[in-house]
Design a protein around this ligand. Structure first.
Ligand code: NAP
Length: 248
């Protein structure tokens, strides 16, 4: 019978995996999306949307849909679904391959400040600048809401969820972004500090180069750890290899 692969998605890597797996005769691929983005874009293979209802719900779904293998290709900050997938693997015996793109590393010239959380990032800002380019996504911005004397340029794919800081300008945009574009944006808005999660990948990395070229400090929010006992592969080819499928 055809193997059924469930991709836990929401990333470029999951999209790439779906495109690859959908072309393989005899492989059935379903991508699961949380449903946070209203227009997620077309995906190859089948798509299901919305939470499973915790670990038990995910385990039930895997059994009911006769899933043979799961690839957790969710965003490095999506710690809840990654933990659920690891527990569901134990409960069902269905293998889960965890794909995590590598995090970013500072290079000479970078002025990075590491933060364990959005709250810690917010606490660092008064000592670093007055005009912040905030790129940590649309959720969790309440952590910055009390910083009344700082101007925020918030960039996110969809409208950020309130509460927001009093002096906030919103820019709706979806990557990939270019170095020239990021340099122009930082200059136009006279940003003097950048805040980002350590998302990794190339699509949103040019902002880091732009900040370095302009000599700006960057607050980098560290990733949540992987669940105990889980190890990750760094890219699509390695995930396919673990599924025992060579890249096309
Ligand atoms: P999360 O905190 O790990 O997940 C919270 C709950 O959302 C999960 O327990 C699960 O609900 C549901 N969920 C998450 N991802 C799902 C998926 N792919 N399919 C079905 N249900 C899912 O996740 P999050 O940080 O809110 O991220 C949500 C999605 O957005 C992820 O798929 C991630 O890849 C994508 N994303 C996240 C970020 C980020 O910065 N966090 C950035 C870009 C993209 P149940 O317990 O009910 O199953």
């Amino acid at each position: 019978m055809s193997p059924h692969v469930l991709l836990l998605g929401g990333t470029a890597e999951a999209r790439e995996l779906a495109a690859d797996l959908a072309t393989r005769p005899g492989v059935r691929v379903t991508t699961s999306l949380a449903g946070r983005v209203s227009r997620p874009g077309a995906l190859d293979g089948d798509v299901r949307t919305g939470g499973f209802g915790g670990t038990d719900g995910l385990a039930r779904w895997l059994r009911e849909h006769r899933v043979d293998a799961v690839v957790d290709a969710t965003h490095p900050f999506a710690a809840g679904i990654t933990a659920n997938a690891a527990r569901a693997a134990v409960a069902t015996g269905i293998p889960v391959v965890t794909l995590r793109r590598p995090g970013w590393c500072p290079v000479p010239g970078d002025r990075w400040h590491s933060a364990a959380s959005l709250a810690e990032a917010a606490a660092l800002l008064p000592g670093l600048g007055r005009r912040v380019f905030l790129t940590t996504g649309r959720l969790g911005l309440a952590a910055f809401a009390d910083l009344a004397r700082i101007h925020f340029l918030v960039r996110s794919v969809e409208a950020p969820e309130p509460p927001l800081p009093a002096d906030t300008e919103v820019l709706l945009a979806r990557g990939p972004f270019t170095l020239d574009g990021e340099l122009n944006l930082l200059r136009e808005h006279r940003a003097d500090v950048l805040v980002t999660k350590d998302s990794g990948g190339s699509a949103t990395a040019p902002k880091l180069t732009a900040a370095r070229e302009l000599g700006l400090p960057v607050v980098v929010v560290r990733r949540p750890p992987l669940p105990e006992g889980v190890s990750a592969v760094p890219d699509v080819a390695s995930a396919l290899a673990l599924l025992e499928l060579t890249p096309r």
